[in-house]
Design a protein around this ligand. Sequence first.
Ligand code: NAD
Length: 327
Amino acid sequence: PPPAFSPPFIAFVVYSCLHNMAGEQLRYDGQTVVVTGAGAGLGKAYALFYASRGANVVVNDLGGTFNGQGAGGNSAADKVVQEIKAAGGKAVANYDDVANGENIINTAIKNFGRIDVLINNAGILRDVSFKNMKDADWDIIMKVHVFGAYKCARAAWPHFKKQKYGRVINTASAAGLFGSFGQCNYSAAKLGLVGFTETLAKEGLKYNILCNVIAPIAASRLTATVMPPEVLEKLKPEWVVPLVGVLTHSSNDSETGSIFEVGGGHVAKLRWERAKGALLRADDTFTPSALLQKWNNVSDFSEPEHPSGVADFLGLLEAAQKLPANP
Ligand code: NAD
């Protein structure tokens, strides 16, 4: 006869499966998570999430306005810490500019003795058309987004390496991936973070340091002026959290160096696509007009590759040598 399972056991199995499918069991007990720019918007949503799942959280935020005018005091970070503590969680505030990444990571080490997850999230905008861009608008965007992410990751790296465990999320933007009117400084910084992440992923792999980059879309003070309220209502920062939770969990043992678009319930991975390309004999018959004759191949995506490194130039060189002179 088939084995008989008691109704409570069946209920337990069904409950466990549903729970697992919903990701409810992803927890971070005993881990320390640093979230930069966690006083508002996406950062606050991450901080509340990790604390509710058992992590010690460093809530970093220097306060300040959306365009990085001055430090606004301690209240942004303090309020989030109070909210976490009121719910029974563990958190500590840090008010440093992300450019002082060492202090932020030291806050984690001093208070909790370790760091496991770094969410580079802090960000500001200085939107202005390219012809009106001032060096100060360019520099501050690079400083907060690129230098800030570098400084925090640089300070966390030795800890990750020593313990052979680390999870990093960097925050890009659609503006970086596709360009965006009036945001050349922000676009450059955000795509810079993609390259930064891809290199950290390659260097971190053997130490089990996994690094991914997200291009989120969510209602916050950064988007409040550019989107109508009915759209913003559907773009809760909380809808970005599940992806970040999955990527930074210890059960993720392979997803690294990836780019994700996420917001309003949509989560999708993006990747590079390389056209088959043209191959010309590399001698003095390789002229602009010879290239023009093969231009269709240069941009023919009918047989694409999805590379994670440069083309196989040695193989291509060999093949090119065997070609007849270009017409
Ligand atoms: P937000 O303004 O609500 O939150 C950003 C937080 O970062 C603020 O609390 C701010 O005080 C803090 N901050 C700014 N500069 C800092 C610094 N130098 N040091 C420490 N803290 C600092 O914005 P958000 O929308 O939640 O943005 C979070 C991240 O997501 C940013 O990197 C932003 O560029 C990126 N992003 C957001 C969207 C979106 O749709 N909201 C889209 C693409 C990218």
